[in-house]
Ligand binder design. Structure first.
Ligand code: ZN
Length: 138
């Protein structure tokens, strides 16, 4: 069995953003030389997510509105976590959007369902953060 590991780095200039990282994950898969197996992609920070959904701008706007309803950033004082920091909402947003995805690898390709793409969800940006890509198979 082969094994591959890589960290992808992101420094998002805004507090929140959704970034399609499918091309980077595909590049990792090519580098790994693995034809059949599994890819794990996970955020290495507790205020960012990795998830799978559609790359459609209306949907991305809907996520922003929905997440702000569930866990509004302001007022910062509404959260007990915000003692000396201001990112309680980002922890909550990360929880609901998820930590990781697993995608099957078949004949050297990411074996997606229709319209599926992998996203990095940043909820407390303006600093360097990592995503882990781990691929196992043969
Ligand atoms: Zn925090």
């Amino acid at each position: 069995m082969k094994s591959y590991r890589k960290e992808l780095w992101f420094n998002v200039p805004t507090r929140r953003a959704l970034i399609n990282i499918t091309p980077q994950v595909q590049k990792c898969l090519e580098e790994s030389g693995i034809e059949s197996g599994l890819v794990l992609v996970n955020a290495m920070h507790i205020t960012a997510s990795v998830f799978i959904n559609d790359d459609e701008s209306g949907l991305h706007h809907d996520y922003e509105v929905w997440l702000e309803k569930l866990a509004p950033h302001e007022p910062i004082s509404q959260y007990r976590h915000n003692k000396g920091e201001d990112n309680a909402d980002a922890h909550l947003k990360r929880q609901i959007m998820g930590r990781e995805v697993v995608v099957a690898v078949t004949e050297g390709e990411l074996d997606f369902g229709t319209w599926e793409q992998i996203f990095y969800g940043e909820f407390d940006g303006k600093r360097s953060k990592r995503v882990l890509v781990k691929i196992i198979g043969e």
